[in-house]
Design a protein around this ligand. Structure first.
Ligand code: SF4
Length: 263
């Protein structure tokens, strides 16, 4: 899960794991806009419900794929998951959490040692700096406990709305829509938003999906993005949502030069 949102075109990311989208896709936003002009909010809600029913059948037990035992471990794992796979993060965190068992330990960590411990997750200098600074504030302002509100989480170093929603939804049971690169791409392809800004996408989806379903809907969309609706080569032929999905931008994307790499 990436933490930075470099907006423009969700279809250009080969890995599906980053927000870097160098080639704006001509006509995609216009296509999305025309769908939204034709569909009113009620029919968009019905589309969202149909799509979510299909996803629910496929991913009944979709869940956060990061390993964690408490809110602090989830916070640290989510920071580490920026531009990195959850699998890679899960390889690093057992030793990390044994070495640094609480916020005080992370706050007191030797920066170089912490960098070494998380090096394989990439961008390790920035991540180590953020984890240490974040835990320092958690110790000083929140008694060593990860706070459980969006307002308290977002000001912490390395925590944006996406990370905060992951923490709130999974560690505190507070419903939240997580807009990562998969959610951006899929919600646009499915015609559920015409936006390309994560916060605006989050707002659109909050309108369309019942609040009680926000967290599970996010997990299911992310599961589908990782397993079927790949960034570069979505498996529309084998997709259970094919009859309900308008596949916005998919055909044009397939026709682009240089496509074909596995997403
Ligand atoms: S039909 Fe294609 S574009 Fe739509 S969700 Fe399935 S794989 Fe993605």
């Amino acid at each position: 899960m990436g933490t930075s949102y470099i907006s423009n075109n969700p279809f250009a990311c080969a890995s599906g794991l980053c927000y870097h989208k160098p080639d704006a896709q001509e006509g995609m936003l216009a296509e999305l806009a025309s769908v939204h002009t034709m569909k009113d909010n009620k029919s968009l809600k019905q589309s969202a419900a149909r799509l979510h029913r299909g996803l629910a059948k496929l991913y009944l037990d979709a869940h956060c794929e990061l390993d964690y035992a408490d809110p602090l471990q989830l916070l640290v794992a989510t920071i580490l998951s920026a531009q990195c796979t959850d699998t890679r993060v899960n390889l690093v965190t057992p030793a990390l959490f044994a070495r640094y068992p609480d916020a005080q330990a992370f706050a007191d960590a030797d920066l170089g040692e912490l960098e070494n411990a998380i090096q394989s997750t990439g961008f390790f200098r920035n991540k180590a700096k953020n984890i240490k600074a974040c835990c320092r504030i958690i110790v000083e302002k929140h008694g060593g406990q990860v706070p459980g509100t969006m307002e308290e989480l977002v000001p912490l170093p390395g925590i944006g709305r996406k990370t905060a929603n992951v923490i709130l939804g999974n560690a505190f049971g507070v419903p939240g829509i997580t807009v990562d690169t998969h959610m951006m791409r899929l919600s646009q392809r499915m015609g559920l938003t015409k936006e390309d800004d994560p916060e605006k996408i989050e707002r659109d989806l909050m309108e369309l999906v019942p609040k009680k379903d926000w967290t599970l809907f996010s997990h299911r969309m992310i599961f589908h993005g990782r397993r079927v609706c790949f960034a570069r080569k979505p498996d529309c032929e084998g997709c259970v949502l094919a009859k309900d999905c308008p596949r916005i931008g998919v055909e044009k994307m397939k026709g682009r030069k240089g496509e074909g790499a596995k997403g």
